[in-house]
Design a protein around this ligand. Structure first.
Ligand code: SAH
Length: 345
């Protein structure tokens, strides 16, 4: 059966026409779906026969809360969602001054194999569907009672490995009849899948592209990120330049500070040289300690010095504030602990 919540309003309208239903009914159903209806029976402005017809023709899966953790320090809420097939993914709701931001997953597990990341330890299980991505935003908002104004695709998975689904999700969450979240309020983070960055540039969306750079040399980057063997640093940065030229959107580079690996003054100098001439902003992230990995976070004074070096030489750089440290809020870890407790990993 077709997943009704993964359809755009235009597609739904076509379906309804084929079912012999008037167009405005599609609009009514779309509104219910994007307000978080969990069954057709909730759609009380539809006749009972129509609700039954829809239930016979379409699937309407929705996730349940497997676990919910709330930070006492800063109100960050972490959700572990159980999908209808039993798999779990994480979302995190962060409360910033500029609005509530939800970080969502794009895949169950991840195929990219970055050495420091908890999400990739068990490999890729499967890609999410558009509605499974939308539901993370929708049900985080409904469950928490907090309006979501910003979305970051920085949870479990590589969004550009699930390209078509992510694009469809963006269309759904952006639609005026749905959650109506503007592209400028959405960030998409990638480990650097160059052919897909070029494809995304062609879509010319006003979202923010975040690139997980983490190291400015091929030697270091290849040692922590396997994708770098396919798309080396210079190839990636050239794609970032093209992306900016096409979209006019400045790239945000993520750089997880790893003690003794990528945090030396020499690395800062190489990074500065590589980023010259690219409209960039560097986001320094103190590495999150992952038990299975020997990589350790840089010392706070090293992070500060690295930031100052970049700033002094004209590369805008900020240190990302750590939220939800008391609830293990960095992605991948909750799912992993949960699956392990249940003997599945
Ligand atoms: N696959 C995408 C998005 C998911 S990861 C990507 O690679 O960008 C979101 C961000 O968290 C990425 O920048 C990723 O490199 C980073 N990250 C993963 N594990 C981390 C850790 N242990 N500490 C700090 N950042 C981490």
């Amino acid at each position: 059966m077709k997943d009704i919540k993964s359809m755009t309003l235009a597609e739904l309208t076509e379906e309804f026409t084929a079912l012999g239903e008037p167009k405005f009914r599609a609009g009514q159903v779309y509104t219910w779906l994007h307000r978080g209806a969990r069954s057709f029976d909730e759609m009380t402005n539809l006749s009972k026969p129509l609700r039954e017809k829809l239930a016979q023709n379409y699937a309407l899966p929705s996730p349940t809360v497997a676990r919910r953790l709330e930070s006492k320090k800063d109100g960050t809420i972490k959700y572990l969602w159980r999908l209808t097939d039993g798999n779990c993914v994480e979302s995190v709701l962060m409360r910033y001054h500029h609005g509530n931001t939800v970080c969502i997953s794009s895949e169950v597990g991840c195929p990219m194999g970055c050495a420091f990341c908890a999400s990739t330890l068990g490999g890729l299980v499967r890609r999410l569907t558009p509605s499974e991505m939308l539901d993370q935003v929708l049900f985080t908002q409904l469950d928490s009672g907090l309006p979501v104004s910003n979305i970051v695709l920085m949870g479990i998975g590589e969004p550009l490995d699930n390209y078509d689904t992510v694009l469809r999700f963006l269309a759904l969450v952006n639609s005026p009849e749905g959650m109506n979240i503007g592209m400028r309020h959405i960030s998409l983070s990638t480990c650097g899948v160059v052919d897909k960055i070029d494809r995304l540039a062609e879509e010319n969306l006003q979202l923010t592209l975040s690139v997980s750079l983490h190291a400015p040399t091929d030697e270091v980057r290849s040692s922590i990120m396997p994708i770098n063997r396919k798309y080396p640093v210079d190839t990636l940065l050239a794609a970032c330049k093209r992306y900016f030229e096409k979209t006019g959107r400045r790239i945000s580079f993520e750089y997880a500070m790893i003690r003794g690996v990528n945090d030396t003054p020499q690395m800062a100098q190489i990074l500065i040289k590589k980023l010259r001439g690219i409209a960039a902003h560097v986001n320094l992230i103190p590495l999150n300690d992952v038990a299975e990995s020997p990589l350790k976070p840089s010392l706070p004074e090293t992070v500060r010095a690295f930031q100052q070096t970049l700033e002094q030489q004209g590369i805008p750089a900020t240190v990302r504030r750590t939220l939800g440290s008391d609830i293990n809020a960095s992605c991948g870890q909750l799912r992993r602990n949960f699956e392990r407790e249940n003997g599945r990993m």
